[in-house]
Write a protein that binds this ligand. Sequence first.
Ligand SMILES: NC(=O)c1ccc[n+]([C@@H]2O[C@H](COP(=O)([O-])OP(=O)(O)OC[C@H]3O[C@@H](n4cnc5c(N)ncnc54)[C@H](OP(=O)(O)O)[C@@H]3O)[C@@H](O)[C@H]2O)c1
Length: 167
Amino acid sequence: MQIIIVAAKSDNQVIGKENDLVWYLPADLRFFRSTIEGAYLATGRKSFESAQGDEVFGPHREFVIITRNKGYQSNIGKIVHSVEAAIAQAAADGAERLCILGGAGIYEQAMNLADTLVLTEVHAEFEGDTFFPAIDGAKWREVSRIRYPKDAENVYDYSFVVYEKIA
Ligand SMILES: NC(=O)c1ccc[n+]([C@@H]2O[C@H](COP(=O)([O-])OP(=O)(O)OC[C@H]3O[C@@H](n4cnc5c(N)ncnc54)[C@H](OP(=O)(O)O)[C@@H]3O)[C@@H](O)[C@H]2O)c1
């Protein structure tokens, strides 16, 4: 099973503020949707409950919600209590691709367990309260980078970047 971390971060590593995204970039939303298409998903409890959660997670999707709360309940998705348990559940359910969708603590813990990072870099600096972890160049190799200039629809330059774990 391929384990993929999927995230969008600004040049100063911001991924969110007050449990919401801090930019609107339609090209990234399209890229995100195509990246997670057909994949099994794992999300932290706060991201699941955020505004984006409504759009990303639905009854038609296979996904797990990661929470420490043993009493947590949801009508959709399965509940697990660690990143390792999320991976085990996805494997038990026969997933071929697991996309780990954050947020910050989940990314941090998943960095040692994932084999691919699929990132959108938004080329601007923002104020935020949630950050993507540092990418250790000794552990990760950048294998693809495509940069796009801002346009009428997307108000920041952005790049789609893929890293693979160095074996
Ligand atoms: N730009 C992006 O790509 C992106 C992606 C995702 C999220 N975001 C943004 O990031 C923010 C949300 O992220 P966040 O970091 O605040 O929250 P989060 O990671 O989505 O959720 C945090 C919660 O996950 C659970 N959790 C975390 N680590 C755990 C562990 N080891 N074992 C069991 N449960 C664990 C805990 O839930 P309980 O409290 O229930 O125990 C914790 O409170 C929002 O602003 C969102 O918009 C951005």
